[in-house]
Design a protein around this ligand. Sequence first.
Ligand SMILES: [Zn+2]
Length: 312
Amino acid sequence: MEEEFVIEDRVIGKYRGDQPGKLFLCVAGIHGNERTGIIALQRVFASLEEHKPSFAGRMIAVAGNLTAIEENTRYIDIDLNRIWNKEQIDEINKTEFEDLDCNEHREMKALMKQLDTFTFVDTPRNIVFVDLHNTSAAEGMFTFTFEGETNYEVASALHIPVITGLDKSLQGTAVEFFAKRGYCSLAFEGGPLGDPKSIDIHEAGIWMLLEASGCMAKDNIPNYESHKELMQSNTEDSPDVVDLIYVHNIKEEDNFKMNPGYRNFQRIEEGEVLGQDVNGDVKAPHAGYIMMPLYQKQGDEGFFITQDPQGN
Ligand SMILES: [Zn+2]
């Protein structure tokens, strides 16, 4: 992907349908080096504007961490996707913009203000919130969501593994914040960082989600079958639903280094040596599937472990 990538406006696109329906709200680039969601959303809006299909509701997409997007880095001062809790957001909102020392606090204030201008007219259960991400490991895509029939129904339309239990193991994510508000809320990890194929995956997934949210009929979605095939073809060997059971939290001084070669959904054994830190070998505390092994400099988690409902 080209290095030069400037977003002029936090709003990536807005499309108002010809019929009443859901507010389909997307955020991309909460992590600034995860640009494929932004490009995919630009493609979807370009197609909607060109074809003007029948659409129930509205679609709005917003960019997350503008400063980090411009610098193509995960974040500037702190991870913007670990500070979504009510107390912290209230504190940020109370503080004048100029008095916020942390870049991500300023981004949060501006982003929340923008999102609130779109969401205040809808009841929470009329809103579908989708947060687009990439992983630093090769291959593997999946979606995070929460208990609740609508969440599962919409998330499973992606035809990729659904991961639950995020709320128990990882605090302060945007998806959890909006799930608590009562939105149908999911994060969509659409393939590796910077891979052009991840743009296609994100685009295909957005169309699938628009159908599942009742915004569009599949007959009105361009290349519907090929989008669906792309989603299905990538995850043939992956489990349908897994539960997040462990997050390996790290600090900079840990000097954590993941051993090379791990992929999302690779099986690991209990006690397997996954990496090294200042104290020596870092071993897997549980057997299961490894997720999001850290292969980039920035990050507060070294790896995640999930298990399927049978405990495998
Ligand atoms: Zn991310």
